[in-house]
Design a protein. Structure first.
Length: 200
């Protein structure tokens, strides 16, 4: 085997490894999309239920006094409103579809063969753009997890102050994790790009 053939073989192996990593990452993104859709539905349902129950429940208390029947009706109406908002959120998320279809199309094209180093660079850039979008989404999810923690602790513990503290702690934790994961991905991206440039 000549040196040139060996170099081509190494380049091909790097592209194959990159394609395998990209495929795994794409499948991870698809699974994450399903999980985030569920989280969005849960958060919207909880927040809308909480707000509806507060408004309707307080209105019922102000008008009818402390009769348990009206509080129970307010609770049920709030549950119906919260459930409806969750269903609408799910339908909107489903209609928007999956954001990373371009990455999936590129992976499918490369799996068919005849890939070049330029395709590898394009794949890396597309994965990097996906990682930036995932970081932004994880920051949004940190807020959502904080809201869920606040609502659950406030309702179960009957204390809004402790609920707010729990919400802030959960938000900061998931925010930190989002930054840490993104920085690790950035290092891997820069290293892979450097290796691919050296092999051109």
């Amino acid at each position: 085997m000549t040196t040139e053939q060996g170099e081509i073989g190494r380049n091909g192996q790097k592209l194959d490894d990159m394609l395998k990593d990209a495929d795994e990452y794409y499948n991870y993104l698809k699974g994450k999309h399903v999980h985030e859709t569920r989280l969005d539905v849960l958060v919207v349902s909880l927040v809308v239920w909480f707000a509806s129950f507060a408004v309707i429940g307080l209105s019922a208390l102000a008008i009818y006094g402390r009769e348990i029947y009206f509080v129970a009706v307010a609770f049920l109406v709030a549950v119906i409103i919260g459930t409806g908002s969750g269903i609408v959120t799910y339908l909107i998320r489903r209609r928007r579809g999956f954001k990373f279809a371009e990455l999936g199309n590129l992976i499918s094209k490369m799996k068919q063969g005849n890939t070049s180093s330029e395709d590898g660079l394009r794949l890396m850039d597309t994965m990097h753009q996906a990682a930036v979008a995932v970081k932004k989404r994880r920051m949004d999810s940190a807020v959502e997890y904080g809201i869920v923690a606040f609502a659950l602790v406030a309702i179960i513990g009957m204390n809004a102050g402790i609920g707010a503290l729990a919400g802030v702690v959960v938000y900061l934790y998931f925010r930190f994790e989002a930054f840490r994961e993104y920085e690790k991905g950035e290092e891997r991206y820069e290293e892979s790009k450097k290796q691919l440039f050296q092999s051109l």
